[in-house]
Design a protein around this ligand. Structure first.
Ligand SMILES: [Fe+2]
Ligand SMILES: [Fe+2]
Length: 247
């Protein structure tokens, strides 16, 4: 039995691809086939695969059905986290999605799932992505204060969801946690954030995140072990469509 994760499939079986990088980037060519091939080779029916957000370019659920069917056909138990592009997944409708896809797909938000003696907890998260202002040497000299404030407001909402997830898992008796975020846990400049703080406070052993695309973005946040928590980036293009084994 094993736990795997990968994020940012950005499927488009029924919709239009909006990112030029995905349209023209070599790594994205036939990425659906590369991923399903890799999954079939490695993941067994008793394993769990967590898909860490940005599943589909579709705007409404009716535009995403084929994308979700593709995910359903991947081997193992599938757990989905919400990404910033998942317009089909309105924040208040997680329960409805879980009812509709019961026994096929599991949607992680304001709840948790178990894996052996671990609780898998998580939320979309949020990171301030700029605009940052550069000086003439190309170093970050400042940023848009208003946008940074807005990100902080959104972070408070995400933290509430994450706390709910942790608290439900704790009340069910879990003491070991793997924490999932779609956004990286910190912005470019930060060493810590509310998300790294809660991971440390609740004793998450690992934090798994995605969202960062293209080599220039792969080191936007923490990777490796910091203050007792191990952080991994699992965006699909970073993993070359090979799910990462988490446990
Ligand atoms: Fe993405
Ligand atoms: Fe994203």
């Amino acid at each position: 039995m094993a736990l795997y994760a990968i994020g940012d499939l950005h499927l488009s079986f029924q919709s239009e691809v909006k990112a030029p990088m995905q349209r023209y980037g070599k790594i994205w060519k036939n990425h659906e086939e590369k991923l399903s091939g890799n999954c079939r080779r490695r993941i067994r029916p008793e394993d769990t695969l967590v898909l860490v957000g940005d599943h589909s370019w579709g705007k409404r659920l009716s535009d995403c059905e084929k994308d979700l069917e593709y995910i359903e056909r991947l081997p193992g138990r599938k757990i989905l986290l919400r990404g910033n592009h998942d317009m089909f997944w309105e924040a208040g409708k997680t329960e409805k999605l879980n009812a509709r896809y019961r026994g096929r797909l599991n949607f992680l938000q304001n709840n948790f799932y178990s894996y052996k003696d671990y609780a898998l907890v998580g939320t979309k998260g949020i990171t301030f992505e700029g605009p940052f202002y550069l000086d003439r040497y190309g170093r970050i000299a400042g940023w848009d204060e208003q946008a940074a404030k807005q990100a902080e407001k959104l972070a408070a909402r995400e933290m509430k969801r994450l706390r709910t997830s942790f608290e439900m898992a704790k009340s069910a008796g879990f003491t070991r946690f793997i924490m999932f975020l779609h956004y990286p846990p910190t912005n470019l400049l930060q060493e810590r954030s509310c998300f790294t703080d809660i991971a440390e406070e609740c004793g998450a052993e690992q934090v798994i995140y995605a969202h960062c695309h293209g080599e220039q973005r792969f080191h936007d946040s923490i990777r490796g072990t910091m203050r007792g928590v191990t952080y991994s980036l699992v965006s699909g293009d970073c993993l070359k469509w090979n799910p990462k084994r988490i446990l």
